[in-house]
Design a protein around this ligand. Sequence first.
Ligand code: ADP
Ligand code: MG
Length: 202
Amino acid sequence: MHATDQFTAPSGLPAGEGRLEVVCGPMFSGKTEELLRRIRRAQIANLPLELFKPATDIRYAEKEVVSHDRNAMPSTVVASSQALLQHVNAGPPLAVVGVDEAQFFDDGLPDVCSAMADRGIRVIVAGLDLDYEGRPFGPMPLLLALAEEVTKLHAVCVETGRAAHFSHRISGGDNQVELGAQDRYIPLARHAYVAAKEEENS
Ligand code: ADP
Ligand code: MG
């Protein structure tokens, strides 16, 4: 037994369960599937849990986290990281908190996730590590640094069949946040992404 297991967290669980896990990668890499898989296993273990998503992401459903394969689970929609924390503080103690589309949250999310993990909650965060320009996205860099465990997933490059690390925008404007799926974004491996960018700029 670890020393920390002797302390009981406010969640009522041993404080040693508190940790931050991040699942990242480009669009279509299976981040939401992986998040839902971990949450389902926690459900099987009868752990009190809640899944959150930002108000920004209403692509498939208002109140569900939905993968591109239409796997779905009920979720709580919150407008900010503070609203997420307030919701967790106001409700019954939770053992597991899941957050999808973390890149759309404000810069307060890393602190909020750390605080929940410190209190003994297993926090599982899924989000895009890079935006369509290949830039680190929103609060993700800090979350990646703070996490005990990082899972980097890859999609299948639609040009080469290789592991895709980039989400290339094929239509829409140049705002960092433009919601869409296959109609707007394609996953590309690095050299295919570089070639697509060069073509775009030529
Ligand atoms: P993410 O949350 O990372 O965007 P999802 O978990 O919602 O991804 O969806 C992953 C699913 O998307 C895969 O299981 C697969 O069925 C589907 N998919 C569609 N296009 C691709 C692609 N190019 N590469 C990998 N998966 C794809
Ligand atoms: Mg997703």
